[in-house]
Design a protein. Structure first.
Length: 298
């Protein structure tokens, strides 16, 4: 699946996200105007906010011009649909009102939990060191390199970029601007990887370069790469300092779950709760599914 195909899957997703356009006079909007739809303005700041709401795996797709156009088009279509829905009175329907009320409650709870859990969930150095000492076998690795790359579709593009690099252009800047890979947002950084983790052509070149050295043009089935090795480390057991961030990331979910469980138990202890078990058993899901949608208010 190519990037444009993936971007086209954004349309229904973006249509489901809350609208950002507004009428002139409803308050000054930040950023440059990207589009106007029947007097409603969509700005560069609106577009950036839209990208932030996308799932992480889709965000790199809007770095291409085609992807940006596709995303902006979906925002425009959504604004048109909103206007038509408002003309038909859908915004005043009980169904919309009930769902908005439910979403508001969920957002309040989600925001509260995120704030409380993140504030209280701490992984100490002692906990991380204990995990490291008890699991050293898990930190054995072969030779590893850390590399960045710039991936483009044609050899001509790669040659032009390589020429800029040889003239002193910054690798990270060109990766962010031109690379078609998801690592572009990180300046092309692929992190650490062992032998065999990449396709053979890429792998061979990456492990043959010295630290700080840059390759020529490397062709793989993904396209044309320019590779820069930013770190090398030999086989062995990785040190605690090297693995500290990874250990913390591994321990954090369990710590957050522990905090959440404790919060939940404490809150329930202080609340007056009664449960009707018989009514719970008798909930008729089929009746709820068959219930027709509430008509729009006229």
């Amino acid at each position: 699946m190519n990037h444009l195909t993936i971007i086209k899957t954004l349309v229904p997703m973006v249509l489901a996200i809350s609208l950002v356009a507004c009428k002139p006079g409803e308050g000054k909007k930040e950023g440059k105007t990207l589009a106007e739809v029947d007097g409603k303005v969509i700005t560069t700041e609106d577009f950036k906010n839209e990208v932030e709401r996308l799932p992480p795996y889709l965000k790199p797709m809007v770095q291409s011009n085609e992807g940006r156009k596709e995303l902006l088009d979906s925002m425009i279509v959504r604004q048109i649909l909103l206007e038509q829905a408002q003309k038909d009175g859908v915004d005043k329907s009980k169904e919309v009102s009930d769902r908005l009320d439910d979403l508001r409650k969920r957002l309040i709870v989600e925001t509260y939990l995120k704030k409380k859990v993140e504030a209280e969930a701490k992984v100490t150095d002692e906990e991380m060191k204990k995990f490291y000492d008890e699991n050293k076998d898990k930190f054995k690795t072969g030779d590893q390199v850390r590399a960045s790359h710039i991936l483009v579709k044609t050899e001509k593009e790669a040659q032009d970029i390589l020429a800029q690099l040889k003239k002193g252009a910054k690798f990270e800047d060109l990766a962010k601007k031109f690379s078609a890979d998801s690592s572009a947002s990180k300046g092309g950084d692929l992190g650490w990887f062992p032998k065999g983790a990449m396709v053979p052509e890429f792998d061979k070149v990456a492990f043959s370069l010295k630290e700080g050295e840059m390759s020529g043009i490397v062709k793989t089935n993904f396209g044309f790469h320019i590779i820069k090795v930013t770190g090398k480390r030999p086989a062995g057991i990785r040190t605690f300092d090297e693995m500290k961030d990874q250990i913390k990331a591994n321990l954090m979910p369990a710590k957050q779950q522990q905090i959440f469980q404790r919060m939940k138990d404490d809150l329930k202890k202080n609340a007056k709760i009664t449960i009707n078990e018989e009514a719970l058993k008798g909930v008729d899901f089929k009746a709820a599914e068959d219930k027709p949608a509430t008509p729009a208010a006229k």
